[in-house]
Design a protein around this ligand. Structure first.
Ligand SMILES: C[S@@+](CC[C@H](N)C(=O)[O-])C[C@H]1O[C@@H](n2cnc3c(N)ncnc32)[C@H](O)[C@@H]1O
Length: 260
């Protein structure tokens, strides 16, 4: 069994990510449809709308989002970007951290789904990244950020196990969660056991990852977003969001973004 001790999220598991979430019944087309009401009345057509997806991961939302505009994806993980590239949905894919975004303003819609901003290490970084994301919008543009699990909705930690057929073998992921002050730590243990039908039968591959996510109450997410984006933005928290975890909705009212 190969256990390299590699704990950086997604470095070795990007090719497995979609299979696990498919097994859990994830429906990214439905997620995009559920958030589209936030921009569907912006008076634009897909031909004139530019869409930026921050933390695009494997590009699971690419097919849905690219139907609404010219799509650019950003992620810090090269292996996730490689998966996103294969979807063929992105006009541009950029390897970048949300803390070091390019400065070019010009998107009608900026989305970030499935807790990407939760991976920032400190609320001050969240503030900085939201500020920069807001600066990428045109006047009248919308920023949609799905937070990770909100502190007041956290369930008692439990072990979650998913298993699915994968390339002739079996892929499994066990998640174990614990909390530290202000942080939700989830350890993912991935195992790929090649089956007799695999192209190259070999020993199971085991990867352990540690995911550390900001654990903040909704009021703090909202407060940080309002402070980061400034008075030119109308910011609300949609309590439901695409997955029942909430969604920050920020509308750039007049384009008067604080450029400081
Ligand atoms: C939970 S996955 C979500 C991926 C995708 N949005 C989805 O819904 O499946 C989190 C993604 O955010 C990316 N990510 C985490 N922190 C980031 C950062 N600071 N800058 C850019 N990407 C980041 C990770 O590489 C990963 O692809």
């Amino acid at each position: 069994m190969d256990d390299s001790g590699e704990r950086t999220p997604y470095r070795r598991t990007a090719a497995w990510y979609d299979a696990i979430y498919r097994a859990r019944g994830r429906d990214c087309a439905r997620e995009v449809a559920s958030i589209s009401r936030h921009w569907i009345d912006d008076g634009r057509s897909p031909e004139t709308r530019r869409v930026l997806e921050l933390g695009c991961g494997t590009g699971a939302h690419g097919p849905g989002l690219s139907g609404h505009g010219a799509l650019t994806g950003v992620d810090r993980s090269p292996s996730m970007l490689e998966q996103a590239r294969r979807t063929g949905c992105y006009q541009h894919l950029l390897e970048a951290d949300v803390l070091a975004l390019p400065r070019d303003r010009g998107y009608e819609l900026v989305t970030s789904l499935f807790g990407v901003f939760g991976y920032l290490e400190h609320p001050a970084q969240l503030h900085a990244a939201l500020h920069d994301a807001g600066r990428l919008l045109v006047p009248g543009g919308t920023l949609l950020v799905e937070p990770p699990i909100l502190a007041e909705r956290l369930q008692p930690p439990r072990v979650d196990h998913v298993e699915t057929a994968f390339e002739g073998g079996t892929l499994a992921r066990t998640a174990r969660a614990r909390t530290e002050p202000g942080v939700l730590v989830i350890e993912f243990e991935w195992t790929l056991a090649p089956g007799p039908g695999s192209h190259s039968p070999s020993d199971p591959v085991r990867v352990i990852e540690e995911h550390r996510m900001l654990l903040l109450p909704s009021a703090e997410w909202l407060g940080i977003a309002r402070s980061a984006l400034g008075p030119g933005f109308e910011v609300v928290l949609d309590e439901d969001g695409p997955l029942g975890r909430g969604l920050l909705v920020a509308f750039n009212r007049d384009g008067a973004v604080d450029t400081g």
